[in-house]
Write a protein that binds this ligand. Structure first.
Ligand code: S3P
Length: 175
């Protein structure tokens, strides 16, 4: 059902958590962040979880967390991990959860923001730029395909982005 919760999706570095916090403040909610939930359940960081249990285990946990979110009281703000929409079952769950808002970020901005980042296991090691390009071109159509709203984030502050989202929610736009 459209509008039940607001769910932010998008690539690593798009600002889903920061924008999510801004939105949650405005609606006087706690931000629900799927990565943080996973870290709390697993009792370790995402990087460590990838190391110890591997990516497939992490992906399974993403689906589990989404399923649990179906029981939340309506009207929450949810930030998701960048790879979460890649599983088809997760896309169905996202649509059940509410309005999916895609924070669209360019590769250049991602590179700038994530330079030296050590918390994203998928971008570690040599060739971070190539990895970003490859992942982004693979994911972009999927993000677009499930989004009810698309919001560009390059050169904008979390406040500006949250303003646009709040306005579009008021209007009930369907991009
Ligand atoms: C991932 C994105 C990360 C985190 C994990 C995998 C991805 O979240 O879930 O490192 O596959 O894009 P952010 O998008 O919050 O960085």
């Amino acid at each position: 059902m459209l509008g039940h919760h607001m769910i932010l999706i998008g690539f690593m570095g798009a600002g889903k958590t920061r924008v999510g916090r801004e939105l949650a403040d405005r609606y006087q909610k706690e931000l629900i962040d799927t990565d943080q939930r996973i870290e709390a359940i697993a009792g370790m960081s995402i990087s460590r979880l990838f190391e110890v249990r591997g990516e497939p285990y992490f992906r399974m946990m993403e689906t589990k967390v989404l399923e649990e979110l179906l029981h939340l009281e309506a009207g929450q703000v949810i930030a998701t991990g960048g790879g979460l929409p890649m599983r088809e079952e997760n896309r169905k769950l996202l649509h059940e959860l509410g309005t999916v808002i895609y924070l669209q970020v360019d590769a250049g901005t991602i590179l700038q923001r994530l330079q030296g980042d050590e918390t994203r296991p998928l971008l570690q090691g040599e060739g971070a730029e190539e990895k970003i390009h490859a992942l982004l071109s693979n994911r972009e159509p999927i993000y677009r395909g499930i989004a009810h709203r698309i919001v560009k984030v390059d050169h904008r502050t979390p406040e500006e982005i949250a303003d646009e989202i709040v306005q579009s929610m008021k209007k009930g736009e369907k991009t």
